[in-house]
Write a protein that binds this ligand. Structure first.
Ligand SMILES: Cc1cc2nc3c(=O)[nH]c(=O)nc-3n(C[C@H](O)[C@H](O)[C@H](O)COP(=O)(O)OP(=O)(O)OC[C@H]3O[C@@H](n4cnc5c(N)ncnc54)[C@H](O)[C@@H]3O)c2cc1C
Length: 491
């Protein structure tokens, strides 16, 4: 067996990016993926001329993708193109108010003041603070392992510590937002950022107030061809650098000998490797691939992130009042999150996210029609009667959209597909269908999330949304950077 042979289990975005980084460093990399296509939660549904990105719809921090191409010495424009979207989201409130979240800070602040009466300076101050916390704290802890002494000895850690004031840790995001903002609409908009990693704004710490920096200050982007273009471009780059993808390869076990990973068992045969990287949900990795019940139960000490129920609707006409990203808020966020996280059920009045990529380019839907990705946060849960849950939720969603858009949405649907938490678990092995691994519903969540390595099995590493630094495309791509640094400098 070659000393530089690496096996990556799972071709999610984190696994593909890790493979690229290691191939560029000269490793011999093979990726084993159980599905017939790479991309994990990022895949495409096509039906009757409508294209739907099945998983992620929001693209932020494209520099994480750019970096992979520059490391590989390839021109990104030959593989992947994207554009900035000046409106991050269009928000609709039950009281009839609406606003555009412009990615220009002054324009967003002016819109908030004009549409909901939130003083401009509150928004500007909030976003400036978010930038400072991100630059001082986020950049160090999101790009390095939290489980290495060298991270804590970094010269910038003292500066980061000075920036983390008590309200960031000991106040909930909702409490933090209410102390900074005056209007219920502004609080709801900024509470929403807890859902970016599947958390509850009424439990997660004020530290999550740095997330709006990514969307509102750094901006939102649309990849040409939709989000599916990201894994497709990265797979092409990986293959160019010599990575081999073995699709339809269901890994049954990660094998170790004397506390050292030695390879995997896939399709009944042993495949040796010097390093094994799991891109599969950490709980699943321990339970099913390492057969380590204790390790698996330790992961469940942290609450799972939320899941989602998604309707993919081909709509037979245009809705000019909608943009690329649209949110229809619930009347009471507090009640809604109580239902999701404490009662494990949908609220009667759910917040609805509608993404329409045909607003950005032709070809995403037939002419004169729109491709709606309609998502409602769901409890991370399998085993429910999802057929019944889906039917009930569908009625609630349509009735809310009809009311808020003054439309007859049911009559406009000509194509329909549905994805439930159970479907997410079945496709990706993400335990209970959670979108982002574990939630950030406690102030210690960042420290409880699984590390990118384990000191118990040398040569075994972890990348992707269920491990440090967390879920979502940007953080999965950062986890790839951390793992590739660790393998360059073994612990
Ligand atoms: C509906 C939805 C909406 C989302 N919206 C956004 C968004 O707008 N923006 C954003 O940034 N993020 C979003 N996310 C989160 C984002 O998709 C994930 O954080 C990210 O894609 C996870 O990537 P990953 O590297 O952890 O791998 P995953 O995508 O979890 O992939 C893991 C891979 O491992 C494979 N695998 C599992 N078991 C085995 C095995 N035994 N053998 C071989 N292969 C195996 C799976 O088939 C899968 O391909 C969303 C997720 C979902 C589901």
């Amino acid at each position: 067996m070659k000393a530089n042979k690496v096996i990556v289990v799972g071709a999610g975005i984190g696994g593909i990016a890790t493979a690229i980084r290691l191939a560029v460093k000269g490793f011999d990399v093979e990726v084993h993926e159980k599905n017939e296509v790479a991309g994990g939660k990022m895949y495409l549904i096509e039906k009757d001329g409508f294209r739907f990105d099945a998983g992620p719809s929001l693209f932020t921090q494209p520099d994480n993708v750019e970096e992979l191409f520059s490391l590989a010495g390839e021109d990104i424009r030959s593989y992947f193109n994207y554009m900035a979207v000046p409106i991050a989201c269009r928000y609709f409130f039950e009281n009839g108010k609406q606003l555009n979240a412009y990615t220009d800070q002054q324009a967003f602040a002016a819109e908030m003041e004009h549409k909901v009466g939130e003083p401009k300076e509150n928004i500007v101050r909030y976003l400036q603070d978010a930038e400072q916390v991100y630059e001082k704290v986020g950049t160090i802890f999101l790009n390095h392992s939290l489980h290495l002494t060298s991270t804590w000895l970094h010269r910038r850690v003292m500066d980061a510590m000075r920036t983390v004031k008590l309200p960031y840790l000991f106040n909930t995001l909702d409490g933090f937002n209410r102390s900074r903002l005056q209007t219920p609409e502004a609080v709801q908009v900024f509470n929403r950022f807890a859902t970016y990693n599947g958390s509850n704004p009424f439990s997660a710490p004020g530290m999550l107030s740095l997330i709006p920096h990514l969307e509102q200050n750094q901006g939102t982007f649309y990849p040409h061809g939709g989000l599916i273009s990201i894994p497709r471009a990265l797979v092409a780059l990986a293959e160019k650098k010599g990575v081999r993808f073995v699709l339809n390869s269901h890994v049954q076990q990660i094998v170790s000998d004397k506390s050292k990973a030695t390879g995997i068992i896939a399709n009944g045969g042993f495949i040796p490797a010097a390093h094994v990287i799991s891109n599969v949900d950490a709980y699943y990795t321990y339970k099913n691939l390492l057969l380590d019940e204790t390790g698996a139960s330790k992961i469940l000490r942290s609450e799972r992130s939320s899941s989602a129920l998604i309707f993919y609707w081909g709509i037979k006409r245009n809705f000019p009042e909608l943009h690329l990203h649209n949110i229809f808020f619930s009347q009471s966020y507090r009640d809604e999150f109580y239902c999701l996280f404490h009662q494990k059920k949908f609220h009667d009045d759910p917040t609805i996210y509608v993404n329409i990529s045909s607003k950005m380019e032709a070809g995403q839907a037939p002419e004169g029609k729109e491709n709606w990705f309609v998502m409602v946060n769901a409890p991370a849960m399998v085993g429910a009667d999802w057929e019944r849950e889906t039917a009930v939720l569908r009625k609630r969603v349509i009735s809310k959209l009809n009311r808020m858009l003054k439309a007859d949405v049911e009559n406009d649907i000509e194509v329909e597909e549905v994805l439930t938490p159970e479907g997410i678990q079945a496709r990706t092995d993400s335990y209970l269908g959670s979108l982002y691994g574990t939630s950030s519903n406690s102030k210690w969540a960042a420290f409880l999330r699984h590390a990118n390595f384990t000191s118990r099995i040398k040569g075994l590493y972890f990348t992707g949304g269920s491990v440090h630094p967390g879920g979502g495309i940007p953080l999965c791509l950062k986890s790839a950077g951390i793992v590739s640094d660790l393998i360059g400098n073994p612990v």
